[in-house]
Design a protein around this ligand. Structure first.
Ligand SMILES: [Zn+2]
Length: 314
């Protein structure tokens, strides 16, 4: 039982196209591993590296569409086990049918350039969450990786407004601190940090300050805990104990209802104690060991995620 708000598995499949598939592969996530983990839903990101696109003279939006085709094909080829979900009703129907839900997301809002119509297109294609920036400045705003701490651009404000109207989840992971507050002050629905941790526990600009954690919690949003070693303890390994340390801290600051999972599987390197998604049972064991009650564990693993899906998607 789990809902994971972020992975880069589609990027791996795109980079290894023709050789690997979603059913069974050497990556962190495949359908067989999701089954072992008893996954309820996996959010699959179309991650686009804008600089790489420039080097290869490829249009970022076109690359996203090509990745989207891979997503569609893989889901279709495994439709007895996994099915697309674009709403809470899709999700619940899949769950009732014993199927894993596959949500589609975009990591790098800059692929739409300055064209708001592309946002409508992405939504029509099934995208239900967009990470506003990756590590580069884009048409929407400035990332945490940029030292200047500038926020959203005028077009970025139009983007978040349109996303709220469309019922597409706004994701502030990777965004600058200033950008975070621009989102907070100019939206009314819950939003997420799909794959970020606590900056007080691990001082990295990709992680969230206590005030941000509180604000996401107050709004009814969720924070997906990222398993990347650099965002857990800056050691070379991520232990389950390290993950639970962030969870305990974030619970104490923002409340239990803010916690969710955002593994970042297939987008991170380094040693992981939970080597792939099928090792999720280690997390459950550690949470029990650290005194989390079963109801609390269920909230972290999937119930908070279900609430968010219900509250934001149309
Ligand atoms: Zn990311």
């Amino acid at each position: 039982m789990l809902i994971d708000f972020h992975c880069d598995t589609i990027m791996q499949l795109y980079n290894h196209r023709g050789n690997e598939n979603l059913r069974s592969n050497p990556f962190h996530i495949d359908i067989e591993k999701l089954q072992k983990a008893k996954s309820f839903a996996q959010f699959f990101a179309l991650f686009i590296d804008m600089e790489e696109c420039k080097d290869l003279s490829k249009k970022p939006y076109q690359v996203a569409l090509e990745m989207g085709e891979i997503f569609k094909k893989e889901i279709n080829e495994n439709k007895e086990i996994i099915a697309y979900a674009g709403s809470i009703n899709d999700y619940l129907a899949n769950k009732n049918n014993g199927k894993i839900s596959a949500f589609l997301t975009v990591e790098e809002g800059g692929i739409i350039g300055n064209d708001i119509e592309k946002l409508n297109e992405l939504c029509k294609l099934g995208v239900r969450l967009i990470t506003l920036t990756w590590n580069y400045e884009n048409s929407i705003g400035i990332p945490a990786a940029d030292g200047r701490n500038l926020g959203l651009k005028p077009f970025g404000f139009e983007v978040i407004k349109t996303m709220e109207n469309l019922g597409v989840i706004i994701d502030v992971s990777h965004l600058s601190d200033k950008g975070f507050y621009d989102v907070y002050e100019n939206t009314s629905k819950p939003f997420v940090a799909s794959h970020s941790n606590s900056r007080s526990i691990c001082n990295h600009p990709r992680n969230l300050t206590d005030d941000m954690i509180r604000k996401i919690g107050e709004r009814g949003g969720v924070i997906g805990i990222n398993y990347c070693p650099a965002f857990i303890s800056q050691k070379a390994i991520t232990t389950v104990e390290g993950i639970v340390q962030h969870m305990k801290y974030i619970r104490n600051i923002g409340g239990l209802d803010v916690l969710a999972l955002g593994s970042d599987y297939d987008g991170i390197s380094g040693t992981l104690e939970m080597k792939d998604v099928s090792y999720n049972y280690l997390l459950i064991q550690e949470l029990e060991k650290k005194g989390f009650k079963i109801g609390d564990i269920e909230k972290i693993l999937f119930k908070n995620g279900e609430r968010l899906i219900k509250d934001v998607l149309k």
